[in-house]
Design a protein around this ligand. Structure first.
Ligand SMILES: *[C@@H]1O[C@H](CO)[C@@H](O)[C@H](O)[C@H]1NC(C)=O
Ligand SMILES: *[C@@H]1O[C@H](CO)[C@@H](O)[C@H](O)[C@H]1NC(C)=O
Ligand SMILES: *[C@@H]1O[C@H](CO)[C@@H](O)[C@H](O)[C@H]1NC(C)=O
Ligand SMILES: *[C@@H]1O[C@H](CO)[C@@H](O)[C@H](O)[C@H]1NC(C)=O
Ligand SMILES: *[C@@H]1O[C@H](CO)[C@@H](O)[C@H](O)[C@H]1NC(C)=O
Length: 303
């Protein structure tokens, strides 16, 4: 009886012994044989320019913190995106492009989580990234691909026509994926002569930057800007305004543009065209006459 009890006790002690010594290390012993597995995201990350993305990279087994190292590099160029070494982040080792844009989740590293947050996604960030985790005995890696959404700017297919003195709207909208605060610059310019019509930069319209020809005659629809609508209002159109206008948008290192054509209809007179055609059998040679009437405003004469 005593013997039996002793065995039981012994077994318990043995179990505790195993727990105490091996529970955390047994996995490492296995890694030593087979290497550990670094997990990443299931597929490519697709995000809008200017946004922040989280590049997942973690080891879901417990590793010893000491000598644990993690690094992110561009797969193609091996450029260092971020490094965790000797128990701390090493921003000084980062390649300049990523300085102040790439961060570890510091509190997550103790759990073997080297996920990276990359801020202000730029066009040139597109590509593959490798995350490598090193422990004393071994290392493992995973790869993440980043794709950005395109910058699409659309205008209007039709040209805009106006009489002298009228107001017109030239269309320009940035596709809705991009948040307006991520739009670095929008400029409207007249393509012939390269004249600056109106500029929007750093979240604000800069009317003083407009060329003299357009000063105080152009504006954005302020309420529409948050929707990415940078359509231009051009007031009291003049003859020399006729031409092609370009709306150029810059965001996340990319630029895209749309054009709008303004056609001048001459002076603001009430013109009416009357066309008279005869319809002979040969339709290719329709003889036509056209008259243009100027309609004067009706006058009332009191006799
Ligand atoms: C790792 O950290 C990131 C960022 O906090 C988090 O989104 C992710 O869920 C973490 N992964 C694990 C396995 O804890
Ligand atoms: C524009 O505004 C947003 C938030 O309102 C801000 O995060 C961003 O830094 C601003 N951009 C510039 C260039 O000032
Ligand atoms: C942009 O705003 C203008 C003025 O309100 C409007 O006429 C135009 O339809 C808007 N464009 C889009 C694409 O919403
Ligand atoms: C405008 O966009 C077209 C392509 O859509 C491009 O070929 C052209 O270079 C752009 N123009 C400017 C001034 O950026
Ligand atoms: C035509 O004449 C009327 C009356 O004078 C005026 O109100 C209107 O604006 C004119 N139309 C154009 C297109 O100029």
């Amino acid at each position: 009886m005593l013997y039996f009890h002793f065995t039981l006790l012994c077994e318990n002690i043995f179990a505790s012994f195993i727990k105490f010594f091996f529970n955390k290390r047994i996995n490492q012993f296995v890694y030593f044989l087979i290497g550990f597995i670094v997990h990443g995201p299931a597929g490519p990350l697709v995000a809008p320019l200017g946004s922040s993305v989280v590049l997942l990279c973690y080891v879901d087994e417990l590793l010893l913190m000491e000598d644990l190292e993690g690094e992110w590099r561009r797969t193609d160029s091996e450029a260092l995106v971020h490094l965790y070494q000797d128990g701390e982040s090493r921003p000084e080792a980062q390649q300049q492009d990523y300085y102040d844009r790439a961060y570890f989740f510091t509190d997550q590293i103790q759990h073997g989580n080297f996920s990276l947050r990359l801020d202000n996604l730029r066009a040139e960030d597109e590509g593959r990234y490798t995350c490598r985790v090193y422990s004393q005995q071994d290392s493992g890696e995973t790869e993440v691909q980043i794709k950005h959404e395109c910058l699409i700017v659309s205008g209007s297919d039709r040209s805009v026509s106006a009489y002298d003195g009228e107001d017109v709207t030239l269309s320009c909208s940035v596709d809705s994926h991009i948040k307006p605060e991520h739009i670095e610059k929008v400029l409207w310019r007249k393509t012939d002569g390269n004249i600056l019509v109106l500029l929007y930069q750093n979240n604000e319209t800069l009317p003083d930057s407009s060329d003299e020809q357009y000063r105080d005659r152009v504006e954005f629809f302020t309420a529409e800007i948050p929707k990415g609508n940078f359509s231009l209002r051009l007031k009291s159109v003049r003859t020399e305004d006729k031409g092609v206008y370009m709306c150029l948008v810059f965001a996340g290192g990319l630029s895209a543009n749309a054009t709008a054509e303004l056609e001048q209809m001459g002076e603001s007179t009430n013109k009416t065209n009357i066309k008279l055609c005869l319809f002979p059998l040969n339709l290719n040679e329709q003889p036509c006459w056209q008259w243009q009437f100027l309609l004067a405003p009706p006058t009332v004469q009191i006799i």
